[in-house]
Design a protein around this ligand. Structure first.
Ligand SMILES: Cc1ncc(COP(=O)(O)O)c(C=O)c1O
Length: 441
């Protein structure tokens, strides 16, 4: 049996419609920007394998560090124990994060990093409630004790947001085809539009009227990834954050996708003067090599947990919290990211994207495209054909055609985008642009 046939028998792939599914491509090797399949085809990974692989595949520097760490310590429980890679990574991250954060809380992926942020914020207000007694003895219908908290219980989030696939993360993500089956199980969230000149006053009014009930505001700074690579303006976001902060609302920047150079700065939050109280990181954190999540908080948040009352403990953790191999990969990835070369590459991709965006408007294309936009290493546009929705056939068709040409892209519905590893070569990037043009001509 081939690998594909064996896969078909035993595996259920993520985000994949099961009936009439296409056989997955067996990848046997990765090197730099390239993925190699079983029969010798190579593909340029133009979306960094779901936005994680910032330095390219199988990077020898990261691999070497991982090997050495694997021979020393591969995993250890992180409650009551610690280890060098976790401490070194926290020491390394804190000075470069886009605010004066005081503590790093580890988890193991992007969704868990946002779950942690939400729980950390809600409990911040719960810990600080006025009747700071142990849980109020109120009984729910099934007789179990339930918590009664203070006034701040609402979460504010953006329409079209995506913060992950676990229940809390789904709750603060826009209601979409991703969440349809669970709507009655998701907690209520106040969803607002992303800010612009035309709606900023309205948004401020909403926040001014709801402000004292809102515990936290979670947002993807400047680019809403899975929602369709929607980009919004830093100036108006800064204005919005100012109002949010006036109400003491905890600001959670979900930089799972935008972190580590993706938008042209180390973190997208750096485009705004108003900085988050909590930041969520994953994906590029380990250079896309290992699963790891980070939720960093400012001292204001941390102080709410420093109490004699044991009920004010943050009861959260995962088996693989701060896995030593993942922390080692993150340290190695940071070594590479901080090289001047890497930032030169990011700048170069940024310029190439801007030039390609301009060029795109000059062609006479078979397919109509709209909303061409770029930020840092990301370029996106919509194909104005068929229905504007995630489940149309455009994505599948384009993915297949591009694969036939040796490029891997994975449109979000009719939104085509590229987000390459920073090590992409001039020749490879040119091929990616050419293949995109070929799809449209
Ligand atoms: C902004 C953002 N937050 C959270 C997540 C969830 O991350 P993970 O897929 O690692 O759970 C994603 C994933 O795409 C994301 O883009």
């Amino acid at each position: 049996m081939t690998l594909q046939e064996r896969d078909y028998e035993v595996i259920w792939h993520p985000f994949t419609h099961q009936k009439n599914r296409l056989p997955p491509i067996p990848i046997v090797k990765g090197k730099g920007t390239l993925l190699f399949d079983e029969v010798g085809n190579e593909y340029i990974d133009a979306i960094s394998s779901w936005w994680v692989t910032i330095h390219g595949h199988a990077h020898p520097y990261i691999a070497e560090k991982l090997y050495k760490q694997a021979m020393i310590l591969e995993q250890v429980i992180f409650a009551g124990f610690t280890h060098e890679p976790a401490v070194a990574l926290a020491e390394r991250l804190l000075p470069i994060l886009p605010n004066n954060f005081s503590k790093i809380f580890y988890s193991d992926n992007g969704s868990t990093s946002t779950e942690v942020a939400l729980k950390m914020s809600l409990q911040y207000w719960w810990n600080g409630r006025e009747d700071s007694q142990p849980l109020t003895e109120e009984r729910s219908d099934n007789g179990k004790r339930k918590a009664v908290d203070g006034k701040r219980t609402k979460i504010l989030a953006f329409k079209d947001a995506y913060h992950g696939d676990t229940f809390g993360a789904m709750s603060v993500s826009d209601r979409s085809v991703f969440t349809l089956a669970f709507h009655d199980k998701l907690f209520e969230v106040l969803f607002i539009d992303t800010p612009s000149e035309s709606n900023i006053e309205e948004l401020k009014n909403t926040i001014n009227s709801e402000g004292t009930a809102i515990a936290a505001f979670i947002y993807e700074p400047l680019v809403q990834g899975a929602g369709g690579m929607r980009m919004y303006d830093a100036h108006w976001m800064n204005e919005l954050l100012k109002t949010v902060k006036q109400h003491d609302i905890i600001c959670i920047a979900d930089e799972v996708m935008t972190g580590f150079g993706r938008t042209g700065k180390l973190f997208a939050s750096e485009y705004m003067e108003e900085r988050p109280d909590i930041i969520c990181l994953s994906k590029g954190l380990t250079g896309g090599t290992m699963a790891l999540g980070v939720t960093a908080c400012t001292d204001r948040i941390y102080q709410a947990y420093l109490s004699d009352d044991k009920l004010k403990t943050f009861f959260h953790g995962h088996s693989f919290t701060a896995n030593p191999l993942a922390c080692t990969a993150a340290l190695a990835s940071l070594d590479l990211l901080m090289l001047e070369d890497c930032f030169n590459q990011i700048e170069w991709i940024t310029e190439q994207n801007i030039a390609f965006a301009k060029k795109l408007t000059t062609y006479d294309l078979r397919l109509t495209i709209k909303n061409i936009r770029t930020l840092g290493t990301i370029i996106a546009f919509e194909i104005a054909e068929g229905k504007d929705e995630y489940l149309n056939n455009i994505a599948g068709n384009i993915t297949q055609k591009a694969l036939d040409e040796g490029v891997y892209i994975r449109p979000l519905g009719n939104t085509v985008y590229i987000m390459p590893p920073y090590c992409i070569t001039e020749e490879e990037l040119e091929i990616v642009y050419e293949v995109i043009l070929l799809m449209l001509k």
